[in-house]
Design a binder for this molecule. Structure first.
Ligand code: AMP
Length: 209
């Protein structure tokens, strides 16, 4: 099963991806996480991308595809993509790459969340520097691994608003793109992590019956 997670920033895609990819035995590729780890390693292309990330803009398609070309080439059936594609051009590139590999996207899970809730969540989000876990309370240190919790640089109020604008302008056209291909499934992203996980599992199970 090959799954793409789609939805606004703050909808919980990363959190769900980590839980579900493990449970379903899928390989996880999260482009935001990947970019941040490449920036931390001083990768020159990722450092170029960072100027866009810090402003809440998308990394331009050409640069983005260059950065993740290796990961895309290595895709094998059984993956969960979080944060890619985010533009129609990226969706088209992904589709043609997968076609060459003889793979298709089976499901696109759309995390439906009002902007007000996304904004609220992003304004109260703390991430562990070490293990990447996300919390909505600042415990100071990570209850999971003891790493330092910090706010993401792009979780500042004006950047949050820009990220939501960019999402509506550049990413929401993908809903139609995947709807036409018959693979889009909508999930209500409000509620607890566990509730949303159960909804996604129910949608995936429904399709198997
Ligand atoms: P995320 O952690 O998914 O919210 O991504 C953080 C930032 O990384 C985004 O705001 C973009 O600047 C950049 N980014 C991640 N994935 C992509 C993508 N597929 N295309 C362009 N920019 C991306």
């Amino acid at each position: 099963m090959n799954i793409v997670l789609l939805g606004p920033p703050g909808a919980g895609k990363g959190t769900q991806a980590k839980v579900l990819s493990k449970e379903l035995g899928l390989k996880y590729l999260g482009t935001g996480d990947l970019l941040r780890s490449l920036v931390a390693q001083g990768n020159p292309k990722a450092l170029e991308a960072k100027s866009f990330m810090d402003k809440g803009e998308l990394v331009p398609d050409k640069l983005m595809v260059e950065i993740i070309s290796e990961q895309l080439r290595d895709l094998e059936s059984g993956f969960m993509l979080d944060g890619f594609p985010r533009t129609l051009e990226q969706a088209e590139i992904l589709e043609s790459m997968l076609l060459q590999l003889g793979i298709q996207i089976d499901r696109v899970i759309y995390f439906d969340l009002p902007d007000s809730e996304a904004e609220h969540r992003l304004s109260n989000r703390y991430q562990c520097k070490k293990c990447g876990n996300i919390y909505n309370t600042n415990f100071g240190i990570c209850p999971q691994c003891g790493g330092m919790l910090e706010r993401r640089q792009d979780d500042e109020p004006s950047t949050i608003r820009r990220r939501l604008e960019v999402y509506h302008a550049q990413t929401t056209p993908l809903l139609d793109f995947y709807e036409k291909r018959g693979v889009l499934r909508r999930v209500d992203a409000q509620g607890t992590v566990e509730e949303v996980t159960e909804r996604i599992k129910a949608v995936l199970k429904d399709d198997q019956n």
